[in-house]
Design a protein around this ligand. Structure first.
Ligand SMILES: *Cc1c(COP(=O)(O)O)cnc(C)c1O
Length: 408
């Protein structure tokens, strides 16, 4: 049987159809503009955004910054690493989560991932540790929390801080704690395509007073406007969010819990449609976790679908469903910046400080990464989808699965 449904326009988070930007945002932005104060050092909106977000997560401190990449940079910088120190992280993430490690002179050491979730695990992190490891970054990919219990235990045993990259995981939980507050520092992105958005923007949270102060300073050229005789205490940039973004962000936060609940409801409906389709596996949520579905990522068993996600995605594109086969084109260590060590001039620094094994990206060390990418099909997801949209996407997937299985 071939696909016969007429193509349908699916809401997109890249424009109004898939976003909840509205009257509330306009009212707050108007207030910011009318106040004449667009800098967060003097205005009220960014401060309110930070307080609201900290309270939502039950975190002691939250600071807003200019992007999710800046948020990760704040977190790494707060740790005050020595050049050549190692940070264990994932190769399946946004480059914005990896570049900050290099900017701070540290070496990203890539852990393998669980092929089923594309998330790092305690076991894959442990295999990437060395005596030079100074921090662990975990990414809750697609909004599905990592198995944090074992990761926390490992980090505690070794006395290592955990940075949780929650850019895709607003209000995801594991064992009744929000991700971002389980580790030492949590980082978030407010980029156009995330759960809530200010166009560009980021947030960091922590319960640690010292790290909080360092992150605040890192956002502000390490100059504390509140100090009696301030100085530029260390090397830092201006990573501030403006009041215009703060105003939008505050309005967006008011909608966050509902948006997350809606994404979960729709994902559960999708799950009912797809759960018994041979060769398709649904997102795997940890037993004590809440996934928040930044995207809806399914796995295609290669024994059923020899063409893999790329062929599958082509079929769905004919139905105007724009999926991301393999999620990212290649793991981070295959990107030029890392593969060819293109950093500062021709110096290759800080890679010149690295242990040779730490920068040796042998395929055999990453079975989960390659198997996972070969199988994953990432379906766009947002809280503006209707139940009809989900049904349409599900029926299209079921039809494609039937067709592609037959052809094999
Ligand atoms: C989006 C994203 C980032 C980077 O955020 P920007 O706001 O685009 O800089 C970092 N990590 C992950 C996992 C992301 O999805």
């Amino acid at each position: 049987m071939s696909i016969t449904m007429a193509p349908r326009r699916i809401p997109s988070d890249q424009e109004a159809s898939g976003r909840t930007l509205g009257e509330r945002e306009i009212a707050y932005v108007s207030e910011a503009i009318n106040s004449g104060t667009l800098t967060s050092t003097k205005g009220r909106f960014v401060r309110a955004l930070e307080r609201t977000f900290a309270d939502m997560l039950g975190a002691k401190h939250a600071y807003a910054c200019s992007s999710g990449s800046a948020a990760v940079h704040c977190a790494i910088a707060a740790l005050d690493l020595e050049p050549g120190d190692e940070v264990v992280t994932t190769p399946i993430t946004d480059m914005g989560a990896i570049a900050p490690i290099l900017y701070q002179g540290a070496i990203p050491v890539f852990a393998d991932v669980d092929a089923r979730t594309l998330n790092v695990t305690a076991a894959t992190i442990e295999a990437a540790l060395s005596e030079r490891t100074k921090a662990i970054v975990v990414t809750h990919l697609f909004g599905i929390p990592c198995e944090m219990r074992a990761i926390e235990a490992l980090a505690q045993k070794l006395g290592l801080p955990i940075i949780e990259d929650c850019a895709q995981a607003f209000l995801a939980t594991h064992r009744d704690r929000y991700v971002g507050t389980i580790g030492t520092i949590g980082t978030f992105s407010l980029q156009q395509g995330k759960h809530v958005t200010t166009g560009e923007g980021g947030l960091v949270v922590t319960n640690d007073d010292t790290l909080a102060r360092r992150m605040y300073l890192f956002i502000n050229k390490a100059w504390d406007y509140g100090d009696a005789s301030p100085d530029h205490y260390f090397l830092a940039l201006n990573y501030r969010m403006s009041e215009l973004q703060g105003a939008v962000g505050l309005a967006q936060l008011e909608k966050l819990e509902r948006a997350v609940e809606r994404r979960i409801l729709l994902a559960n409906i999708m799950g009912k449609w797809l759960e018994s389709v041979p060769g398709i596996s649904l997102p795997l949520i940890p037993l004590e976790g809440r996934g928040v579905y930044w995207r809806y990522a399914i796995r295609l068993d290669p024994a059923f679908f020899p063409g893999g996600p790329t062929v599958f995605a082509k079929r769905l594109k004919d139905q105007s469903i724009l999926t991301a086969p393999r999620y990212i084109a290649r793991p981070a260590f295959e990107c030029a910046v890392i593969r060819e060590q293109r950093t500062f001039g021709n110096s290759r620094w800080p890679f010149t400080l690295a242990r040779s094994e730490a920068v040796h990206y042998d395929r055999a060390r990453y079975p989960g990464v390659y198997a996972g990418l070969d199988q994953v099909l990432v379906i766009p997801w947002n809280d503006k989808l209707t139940i009809g949209d989900v049904e349409y996407i599900a029926r299209s997937i079921i039809a494609a699965a039937r067709e592609l299985r037959k052809a094999s």
